[in-house]
Ligand binder design. Sequence first.
Ligand code: NAD
Ligand code: UFG
Length: 376
Amino acid sequence: MSEVCSTRKERALSPTPPHPLLGARVLVTGGAGYIGSHACLALLEAGARVVSLDNYSNSTPEALRRVRALAEESCAARGAPPPSLDVVEGDLCDLPALRAALRAHPVSAAVHFAGLKAVGESCAQPLRYYHNNVTGTLTLLRALDEAGARRLVFSSSATVYGDPERLPIAEEAPLRATNPYGQTKLTVEDLLRDLARADARWVITLLRYFNPVGAHPSGLLGEDPAGPPNNLAPYITQVAAGRRARLQVFGGDYPTPDGTGVRDYIHVLDLVEGHLAALARGAGGGEARAYNLGAGRGVSVLELVAAFEHASGRAVPYEVVGRRAGDVAACYSDAARALRELGWRATRGVDEMARDAWRWQAQNPHGYRSAQEALS
Ligand code: NAD
Ligand code: UFG
């Protein structure tokens, strides 16, 4: 008992150790996007100096204005120095612009979110996807190499596992792409593996996301898809909000407990914490190490619908229709490697994801746009 008390007392008296990223200068590509905006905020709160580079092809600078405001508020509340956020509008594929940005805003590391991500669109426009995601990454790597900033965290995806042979999926599982978007992720993973092997100065971490859901608890940052959402969670919130009549559930005859598709949903705040852990602890050593970022738990479409109905207090009408081409029955992670090597694991459950995503939707019915912009 007395030992416990003295440990508690020591803990209360000892100052919080500084965050390992305090003062780090980090480039965030795609900083205005769904995950990038949450990552910018988390990095600023950790005391990092952040440079966002985005061409706003799928986002708006308003997201970064809100990131800045939230970071200022949180730093002031903790008595921490004001956040350092530089915002650059630029394209990944534009080498002179990248060089100029890195000269004006030197960094020692990059978190690379920028990319196009719609599977269906990638099938219709493969050249655009390869150019943006592969050429864009090559161009970024060249600029980072020239600037001597050789620490990189890359946004990969569980899509690189294709139709998994075994569940849960561990990082050693075979890799295969089933569409051009997935192939761009696999191609970039391959090139980063080659780069890490060839040049020991590079420290590269590949993060394979499962299904990011949720929003910042302030209700000020969230996912803002243009047009009808391709993904389940934003579709559900728009149905709950009355913007869409009903959800179509793609397939009710999968070999899963309730017949609907099973995925590994992960709160976006957990996801960005995984990036901070990777930036701080990524090891290099000639290997671009891959980590699954998932909660390690399968949730069906109907279970997610129920979580959103509970969070919103509204009914989410749905109809079960045929399977969507290319979908797999179930996909969820074995996230043990990230816990073992990065000290990271997801802590937030689907109820919290649904609550935060619903708050974002309710407070921002038109996303980052005003109602008037949405009409025009
Ligand atoms: P997002 O579209 O919200 O964000 C991507 C950002 O990158 C956008 O702000 C966009 O404007 C910017 N961008 C795109 N091409 C660019 C270019 N050439 N130059 C500069 N900026 C550019 O997407 P997100 O959901 O935040 O995803 C971030 C990353 O995570 C992507 O690489 C995506 O493939 C990957 N990922 C996402 C998911 C998901 O479900 N959201 C799942 C797995 C992997
Ligand atoms: N679903 C519906 N109705 C919808 C949308 C989706 O029933 O309107 C179902 C799908 O059939 C699937 C589940 O909901 O069973 C999840 O679908 P999402 O489209 O939200 O997510 P996916 O797992 O199909 O794919 C997403 C991204 C991919 C990424 C993958 C892993 O779209 O790019 O997660 O990270 F690779």
